[in-house]
Design a protein around this ligand. Structure first.
Ligand code: FE2
Length: 326
């Protein structure tokens, strides 16, 4: 029997189907990113209008139907409330109509777990970098088995910082890819660098970089912004790696699509004798397969039982509050 997962925490509606850890479908539909940002209700409406078609596409890709589904997972949070509600209501409707088990899944845990699964890592240190989040996490057993957050941003996620800069520079915001293109051929200019132990902050850097667009070469500013932000992430990650002595490091989340960040982290891992891993881009961007994977693990552990009434959404659902039962 298979497990289906629905992801709808932000501008991507994703549906994945997994059976025994094998990804049978991972389809998605993205609200077009504009230079003006997103209005939550419009994005939620986009997801509502697309969810039936996407479900059909997922079943057709996997070559199965709802009768082959044993459990359904959906993103409980963190994320944008109206968007989360679309996946939540869809999952609850399917679960009650077809008498399928339902599992609320933490989005950050799902990003880590899919990268861990695809790299066959058992106990990695994870750098989770996306629009709204930037955290360094690793599993600990104290006081219960969970992902402890060893370091995180004091203000905004690195992805949102890159997107904000991209908008100010007249570029399309897209997980830093437009900033990376602009950075090609740029030269380094010193910028504000904020690391406190294993934590970091990005708003000072963002303000400085946006201000510098007036008098400096945009390419130099983009290059320096990217190098500074990623160096901050690498310094904090290296400190956590040295402290914990983990034998593997992975990067996950939307910003893990950055080639430059992966190059720098590969170097960090190599200097500590740790393996380095990441997932293919379709699993770094938001996706339904990662939600199905965690739901399958929750099902397999036999330690979870949720009624429809237990399943809501939590916009501030932190990874470190989730008990890892598998
Ligand atoms: Fe995400």
């Amino acid at each position: 029997m298979a497990v289906i997962g629905i992801e709808s925490s932000a501008h991507t509606l994703g549906i994945g189907i997994i059976e025994d850890g094998k990804i049978l479908a991972n389809v998605k539909r993205m609200y077009p990113i504009s230079d003006k940002g997103m209005i939550p209700m419009r994005v939620a409406d986009f997801h509502v209008r697309g969810v039936r078609k996407l479900l059909r596409e997922a079943f057709s890709t996997a070559g199965m139907g709802i009768e082959d589904i044993e459990a359904i997972g959906y993103t409980m949070g963190p994320g944008i409330g109206p968007c989360l509600s679309v996946g939540n209501i869809t999952a609850k409707t399917l679960a009650s109509k077809y008498h399928i088990k339902i599992y609320p899944v933490n989005h950050a845990v799902a990003h880590i777990e899919i990268a861990k699964h695809l790299n066959k890592f058992s106990d990695p240190l994870a750098l989770y970098v996306s629009g709204g989040n930037s955290q360094i996490l690793g599993i600990t057993d104290e006081p219960f088995k969970h992902y402890r957050v060893y370091g995180e941003t004091f203000d905004i996620g690195v992805g949102n910082m890159l997107d904000n800069f991209a908008r100010a520079a007249g570029l399309k915001p897209a997980w830093g890819s437009s900033v990376a293109k602009l950075a090609i051929g740029g030269h380094y200019i010193p910028m504000p660098y904020t690391v406190k132990g294993m934590d970091f902050a990005f708003t000072g850097l963002q303000t400085k970089a946006v201000g510098m667009l007036k008098g400096s070469s945009p390419s130099d500013v983009a290059f320096s912004l990217q190098e500074t932000a990623f160096s901050m992430l690498c310094e904090a990650t290296e400190r956590a790696l040295a402290l914990l002595g983990k034998k593997s490091l992975l990067v996950c989340g939307g910003v893990a699509q950055s080639q430059r960040l992966k190059e720098m982290l590969q170097h960090v891992a190599g200097s500590h004798g740790a393996k380095f891993g990441f997932a293919p881009d379709q699993y770094n961007a938001d996706n339904g397969a990662m939600i199905a994977l965690v739901a399958e693990k929750m099902l397999g552990s036999g330690k979870h039982s949720y009624g429809i009434e237990d399943c809501g959404v939590r916009q501030d659902y932190r990874a470190d509050s989730v008990e890892i039962t598998w």
